[in-house]
Design a protein around this ligand. Structure first.
Ligand SMILES: Cc1ncc(COP(=O)(O)O)c(C=O)c1O
Length: 329
């Protein structure tokens, strides 16, 4: 640390990103990236957009916002695209937390929440999980703090049913509830439909996992237009051109509808991940490990969503199918 480093950051313990080994001899599990390449159409769109690198990207992300609005049945003013979902999480800490509005999140959950709280000088309460690692929603009702819930949670992979998420949002009418759905495509129910019912709900999503675009850095948030306007105020005060043109172009192609109207590539990737998960879990169970049973809500398959890469690699057939489809998609 230099002698110039602001004392307000003296106690900051930065997030340690998952290691990206240069060698290809490992099966890398630590950052939950997809092993599948992005669709070749997305790559072509990004290459075409690269021809306009001399220009700033569209600060309003109009085309991508419109696409996401169409896919998720939202108005464009209810969407904000960011540089990964980490950025919208940071914006949420900046916009909705302060000494009078501390943050609250589970212990254990995504480690970045604690770092973002410290970065923004926000006091935070870490609420222990139950013994079985599930979130006890009653601990959060009437909390009057800005709540951050990863659903499904990381690294447990356990998901709260939508009714529980709604109880949590309804139970904190004076506070913003942020539902981080980075892994929702692998199981769990999205809280997106609730944003039209509650003005205190922000749902965040990412292109880094099921959409195979971790390196492009693209995330987005959806909420009522007033919350999105607050987040936009923070965005324009920090990084107006936060999403680059190549990422935007690839994102428009890869903005898939949610479960229900799946594209072939997306379906193959997610299915391979879930199928692989079952295989991995049975191997671990046979070896005497105790695994958290995380249900995807559709059937009784045991999945370990936070181990997506291993799951996917073991889902061999699905892996090949997804590779072939990604070539044509
Ligand atoms: C629960 C959760 N939320 C958010 C993120 C951030 O994802 P990104 O910034 O790549 O969109 C991650 C990344 O691993 C995560 O695990």
């Amino acid at each position: 640390m230099s002698r110039f480093f602001s004392s307000k950051y003296a106690g900051l313990i930065p997030y340690v990103p998952g290691e990206q080994p240069r060698s290809q001899e490992f099966i890398k599990l630590n950052t939950n990236e997809s092993p599948f390449p992005p669709s070749s159409r997305a790559l072509r769109a990004a290459a075409e957009a690269a021809r306009r690198l001399n220009l700033y990207s569209d600060p309003e992300c109009r085309a991508l916002n419109a696409k996401l609005a169409e896919v998720y049945h939202l108005a464009p003013e209810e969407v904000l695209c960011t540089n990964g979902s980490d950025e919208i999480l940071n914006f949420a800490f900046m916009a909705f937390c302060d000494a009078g509005h501390p943050a609250a999140f589970p212990n254990v959950t995504y480690g970045f929440y604690k770092v973002l709280a410290a970065l923004n000088g926000v006091p935070c309460e870490e609420i222990p999980l139950r013994e079985d690692f599930s979130v006890n929603v009653s601990d959060y009702v009437g909390l009057n703090k800005t709540i951050f819930i990863a659903n499904p949670n990381a690294p447990t992979g356990l998901a709260l049913p939508l009714a529980d998420v709604e109880r949590l949002v309804r139970g904190n009418p004076g506070s913003v509830v942020v539902v981080d759905e980075a892994y929702v495509d692998f199981g769990g129910e999205s809280a997106l439909p609730l944003i039209h019912k509650y003005d205190n709900l922000l749902v965040t999503m990412t292109f880094s996992k099921s959409r195979s675009m971790a390196g492009a850095r693209l995330g987005f948030g959806a909420a009522c237009k007033e919350l999105i306007a607050d987040l936009n105020a923070i965005k324009y005060a920090t990084n107006p051109y936060n999403v680059n043109g190549m990422t935007m172009a690839a994102g428009i192609i890869s903005a898939m509808p949610g479960i229900g109207e799946l594209s072939p590539l997306y379906l193959a990737c997610v299915t391979a991940a879930i199928a692989g998960g079952s295989t991995v879990c049975s191997h671990f169970n046979d070896s005497g490990f105790w695994l958290v049973k995380s249900l995807v809500g559709m059937d009784e398959k045991t999945t370990l969503k936070t181990w997506t890469i291993m799951e996917t690699l073991v889902g061999g057939v699905g892996f090949l199918v997804a590779l072939v489809i990604s070539f044509f998609a």
